[in-house]
Design a protein around this ligand. Structure first.
Ligand code: LLP
Length: 441
């Protein structure tokens, strides 16, 4: 069980998060409910920021990868922790702007940024745009020229390191919709192209090798490859990077098959990356670039849990037992999409031993709609509160209104008190954009 500071069992035998009793939370806010512990989010942001300060002379910036969980409060927390943000759409950028986030600390990604997204990014004054296509370089150039501006950009390169949870694969000819492969010279060609643009200032390179990675060596290898590339480009194009952005990807605990890394332990990932950058820069006689990283999952995943109420129980003798909860793939599609594993518990009976192996079924009209199919729980009863742990990343952000279910609200717990950071949807919200053409009336 993941009993960091975030999750505890209180004197009533209830699960608590950030000091708030989960049974009380459901009583007050209903279910399903996304709950976030603010302290854990802040601790994670700080550990990355401090590591850059202490081990890299502060010559860098942590960018919270807001795709993991984007809402105004998250940008407000990131801002108060003096970190930046990465955004991948006009919508994420708009949310950050609404939260008063400084545009100069935003890095914008995407393999197909829409014309209106590029134009909006320039209007906002976004600090960095990561170029991921020739046509995009042209478009940013045109928009910057219109404004008499010069836009700082990075190029997304693909170092050919494919990282998996506990392993990495080196691919000579990487196949990805993201980035330009170093191998074969594509990355160098786009660098040469961007350097011809008068309204683009090429600052360096970006790469992101994958997500939910525990293997430090993957990041080290990516850094080595990027710096070797940087050294080659310095020779051929006389351009040396001022900025290197290594993306995100640090792994988190979902089940006991995963490592349980203490907050302080995340320092070692960044330390390994920093050492590799320093070593390669010395070897290739490059100045130390400004270092950017983009952790998303590791900042919010373990800070979040989802609370549900058991509404139906069905046993198919000899086959399996379904515990049906009031959520499902509309608020956590990760089992359906990736067969992701989670740990669950009964929040109102948190000290009772697990006696059953069950599937947690959602309420969508689809037999594959499960949160998972192998949870160990005490024998659940109607009305019990199920907590699924480590749901802070890529759950709310990937939620939908499938079956016209309402996307659950999110609350943030601070010193034992919870407040909405995303209010509940209503049925009116569902039909707000609907139109019946006159001829159908
Ligand atoms: N930077 C870039 C360019 C990325 O593409 C990503 C994640 C990140 C940073 C943040 O990576 P993290 O630290 O969160 O691993 N929906 C999937 C995850 C997709 C990740 C996409 N890119 C899931 O639910 O597991």
């Amino acid at each position: 069980m993941n009993f960091r500071e975030t999750l505890k069992i209180n004197e009533k035998g209830h699960l608590s998060i950030g000091g708030a009793d989960c049974v009380d939370l459901v009583r007050e806010f209903g279910s399903p409910l996304y709950v976030y512990d603010e302290a854990h989010i802040r601790n994670m942001m700080r550990i990355y920021r401090e590591t850059i300060e202490e081990e890299y002379g502060g010559n860098g910036l942590v960018l919270y990868a807001s795709k993991a969980f984007s809402c105004e409060a998250m940008y407000a927390i990131a801002k108060s922790e003096r970190i930046g943000a990465d955004v991948v759409s006009g919508g994420e950028l708009y949310t950050a702007m609404q939260a008063g986030f400084p545009a100069k600390d935003i890095c914008m990604h995407g393999n197909n940024k829409l014309p209106q997204e590029i134009s909006y990014a320039l209007d906002c004054g976004v600090g960095l745009i990561v170029v991921d296509a020739y046509s995009e370089a042209d478009r940013i150039e045109a928009e910057a020229e219109k404004r008499g501006a010069i836009q700082d950009v990075l190029i997304r390169i693909n170092p050919g390191v494919e990282a998996h949870t506990h392993a990495y694969v080196q691919t000579a000819t990487p196949d990805s919709k993201f980035g330009f492969p170093i191998a074969g010279g594509e990355a160098e060609k786009i660098a040469a192209y961007v350097l011809t643009k008068k309204h683009l200032r090429l600052l360096g390179y970006h790469c992101h090798i994958g997500s939910q990675i525990f293997e430090k060596q993957s990041f080290v290898l990516a850094a080595e490859k990027c710096l070797k590339f940087a050294a080659d480009v310095k020779k051929t194009l006389n351009f040396a990077p001022h900025v290197l952005n290594f993306g995100g990807g640090f792994g988190v605990w979902y089940t006991d098959a995963d490592e349980k890394i203490p907050v302080e332990g995340y320092r070692t990932y960044l330390s390994a990356l920093i050492s590799a950058v320093k070593k390669a820069c010395a070897e290739y006689h490059l100045e130390l670039p400004r270092l950017l990283i983009e952790p998303g999952r590791s900042i919010v995943a373990e800070a979040g849990i989802t609370l549900y109420t058991v509404g139906a129980i069905k046993e198919i003798p000899g086959i399996r037992k379904y515990i049906a909860i009031d959520g499902g793939m509309f608020e956590n599609p990760r089992f359906c999409l990736y067969r992701s594993k989670y740990t669950a518990m009964l929040a109102n009976r948190a000290t009772e031993p697990c006696t059953e192996r069950v599937s947690l079924a959602g309420k969508c009209c689809e037999s594959g709609d499960l949160i998972g199919d192998d949870f160990n729980l005490p024998a659940a009863r109607l009305g019990d509160i199920v907590a699924v742990l480590t749901t802070g990343a890529y759950n709310y952000s990937m939620a939908s209104n499938y079956n016209r279910n309402l996307i659950p609200p999110a609350v943030l717990v601070h010193e034992g008190k919870a407040e909405y950071i995303v209010r509940p949807q209503t049925y009116e919200d569902l039909v707000r954009a609907d139109v019946i053409p006159a001829r159908l009336k």
